[in-house]
Structure formats: structure tokens, C-alpha cells
Design a protein around this ligand. Structure first.
Ligand SMILES: C[S@@+](CC[C@H](N)C(=O)[O-])C[C@H]1O[C@@H](n2cnc3c(N)ncnc32)[C@H](O)[C@@H]1O
Ligand code: SF4
Length: 349
């Protein structure tokens, strides 16, 4: 067997598990902010950062992604503290560093954006979901389209030019025409990047309960396909390449952080419920806030950890790589598994 090579991660994912409210479709590891021990959570996160880099010192960090939850529910002083500790524990001196933060429209005033900018964030991904106020309300979002326009305008004013938005399709009561209107509004903003997700009805969500009772009027599969084809055509006409199933970008503005996952490369994963892939081991952190804080007192707050065999890693490499338009590359494969591995793998498969 050839050596299975995994160098020190160049990517860092950090999870902020708080949201102003819980959207009707969402099963992400996120909790309603009110009454949560945010300062204790940040303390625990800092301990996890210190223990993580002590265990496996980072190479040059190329991407940081702060996701959620809603990272931008942190108040400006909490945000400043958070970003200072990221920079204290991880080397962020790469001039091409991509530092993304997820944000909800309406949670980014100018003060907070200024702190984010000063703390090194240079890419923001806004969860817009739709430009239809009625639909936004129906899916449990607390923002409206005015919040979207104001948030993007503020971000641009503060000098953020690498902006992305998430939109959802296949929503209850949504038609292809509704989706076309949302997409047209989105394209008028001329952003660098768009993510388009088809609604997945996840267990333990309000939508799942409604679905089981037959009270969720979802578009048919044919309508959903029609929406997707329309989305792809319109984005391509506007000069965006579909570089991954759900992701479209102007050339050079593909999410480098998410591409790390699709190339099956290693990454640190920190925060409650975060996943990481470091030194051939995949881990999932403790999910609940209080449990995470308690676990971080005594060491790394890991819930599950497994060593990935070379054969499994090769399968993973193929599976996630095929999400990318560029597909899987021999040279990437060789970098991870050694020079002769491709021949051996193709002979086996
Ligand atoms: C962690 S959230 C983004 C940040 C922020 N919390 C927000 O919602 O605006 C990531 C994205 O996943 C998508 N998403 C979440 N739940 C989904 C579901 N059940 N089906 C499809 N897409 C979903 C949404 O587009 C959402 O913006
Ligand atoms: S979709 Fe985003 S804002 Fe809504 S609950 Fe999930 S993580 Fe929070």
C-alpha cells in the first residue's frame, strides 16, 4: 500500500451556533440566542483553538470559514474578541487568505462590519434565501428584502467586494416564475458568487412535521427540475460558472474553502457540532452549547472520532470530487495517496 499522505490543514472551519430564531426548514446545529452563554462559549472556543494547534500545528492557513448558526449575531465587542483569538491561534498572514463569514441580512450594521473588516474577514456569504417577502415569512426568516439591500449596501460601503448570497428553491408554494423573479433581483446585485440550494425537508424541523401531516405544499419534482434548469441557464448567461452542483461564481471567485471539502483535503473544525478532518482522522464535536462548554474544560470537546483508512479516503475523494465541474484530478489524487495510487485504484475499481 502506498503511504496515505495528509499534510497539516490549510483550512479552518469555526462554528458559531447561535441564531436570532430558528427557521422552519433548518436542522443545522444552531440555537436561539436569547439567554445563551455567549461569553462562556467564546472561552471554550479559545481553549479548543489552543489545544487544536498544540496537537497538530497548522501549516500556512489559506482559508477560514466562520459558519453557523449565524456568526453575525455576535455583538461588535464579542466579534472583536472572537476574531482576535482566531488570529492569535492560527497564522493568517497569507496575502491571499480567503476569510469568509456567514451572515444573516439585518444582523450586519456598519459597526459590526467595521470590526469584521479590521479582524481580517474579506468575504461575506449572506443567507438571503428569496427576494419574496411573503415567502421569507412563510419559511420562518426574520428579514425582508429591504434588510437584504441595506446589508449588502453597508458591506460594500465598508469595502467588502467578495460577496455571495444563498438562495433556496423548491420552497412551499414557490413556482418557477417566483424563482425567476428572485433570481433576477439577485443578479441585479452583480455579486461575485451565488449558492442555490434546493429545499431538503429535514427531520426535527417544523417543515418535517407539516410534511408528515400533508400540510407542506411543495412543488412537484418536475417543477423543481424546471426551476433548477432555469437557474442554471440564467446564471450561465450572466457569466457565472456552475463550478459545483449548488454553486456559481465569476471566474476566480469560487469558494476556495468549500473546494477544500470537495477535494477531500484536511481541515480543522472547531466549535459546537463542528466536523474536522485532520491527520487522517475525522471528528465531530459535542453538539449542545452547555455540553460543549463543559467538554472543553477537560480537553478537546470531541464527541466522535474515527481514523479513515486509505481505501475509504479514496472513495471519499471520488465521491466529493464528482460534485465539482472540474471533477477529480490525477495530480490531486497523487498528492494525497502517492504517485502510483491512481493506477492501482483504477485497476481495482
Ligand atoms: C448555515 S446557513 C447560512 C447562514 C445563516 N444562518 C442564514 O441562514 O442566513 C447555510 C445555508 O444553507 C441553506 N439551507 C439551510 N437549511 C436548508 C435546507 N433544509 N434545505 C436546503 N438548504 C438549506 C440556506 O440557504 C442557508 O443559507
Ligand atoms: S437557516 Fe440559518 S438563520 Fe435559520 S436557523 Fe438555520 S442557521 Fe439559523
Amino acid at each position: 500500500m502506498s503511504p496515505f499522505i495528509q499534510s497539516a490543514p490549510k483550512a479552518v472551519y469555526i462554528h458559531i451556533p447561535f441564531c436570532t430564531n430558528k427557521c422552519h426548514y433548518c436542522d443545522f446545529n444552531s440555537y436561539v440566542l436569547k439567554g445563551q452563554p455567549v461569553a462562556d462559549y467564546l472561552d471554550a472556543l479559545e481553549r479548543e483553538m489552543a489545544l487544536t494547534v498544540a496537537a497538530v500545528p497548522p501549516g500556512r492557513i489559506e482559508t477560514v470559514f466562520v459558519g453557523g448558526g449565524t456568526p453575525t449575531v455576535l455583538l461588535p465587542d464579542q466579534m472583536e474578541r472572537f476574531l482576535t483569538m482566531v488570529a492569535r491561534h492560527f497564522p493568517l498572514d497569507d496575502p491571499n487568505l480567503e476569510f469568509t463569514m456567514e451572515a444573516n441580512p439585518g444582523t450586519t450594521d456598519e459597526d459590526k462590519l467595521a470590526v469584521m473588516k479590521a479582524g481580517g474577514v474579506n468575504r461575506i456569504s449572506f443567507g438571503v434565501q428569496s427576494f419574496d417577502n411573503g415567502l421569507l415569512h412563510k419559511i420562518g426568516r426574520i428579514h425582508n428584502t429591504d434588510d437584504v439591500y441595506r446589508s449588502l449596501e453597508n458591506a460594500r460601503k465598508l469595502g467588502f467586494d467578495n460577496l455571495s448570497i444563498d438562495l433556496m428553491f423548491g420552497l412551499p408554494g414557490q413556482t418557477t416564475e417566483h424563482m425567476r423573479q428572485s433570481l433576477d433581483a439577485a443578479l441585479k446585485l452583480e455579486l461575485r458568487h451565488y449558492s442555490l440550494y434546493s429545499l431538503k425537508v429535514e427531520e426535527n424541523t417544523l417543515f418535517h412535521t407539516l410534511y408528515q401531516k400533508g400540510q407542506l405544499p411543495l412543488p412537484s419534482e418536475e417543477e423543481e427540475v424546471e426551476m433548477f434548469l432555469m437557474i442554471r441557464e440564467r446564471l450561465q448567461q450572466a457569466g457565472y460558472e456552475q463550478y459545483e452542483i449548488s454553486n456559481f461564481a465569476k471566474p476566480g471567485y469560487e469558494s476556495r474553502h468549500n473546494t477544500t471539502y470537495w477535494r477531500n483535503e484536511s481541515y480543522y473544525g472547531l466549535g459546537a457540532g463542528a466536523h474536522g478532518y485532520v491527520s487522517r482522522q475525522r471528528h465531530v464535536n459535542v453538539k449542545g452549547i452547555a455540553d460543549y462548554i463543559a467538554a472543553a474544560q477537560g480537553g478537546l470537546p470531541i464527541m466522535e472520532k474515527e481514523t479513515v483508512s486509505e481505501a475509504e479516503a479514496m472513495e471519499d475523494f471520488m465521491m466529493v470530487g464528482l460534485r465539482l465541474l472540474r471533477g477529480v484530478r490525477r495530480d490531486d489524487f497523487a498528492r494525497q495517496f502517492g504517485g502510483a495510487a491512481w493506477m492501482k485504484y483504477s485497476a481495482r475499481s
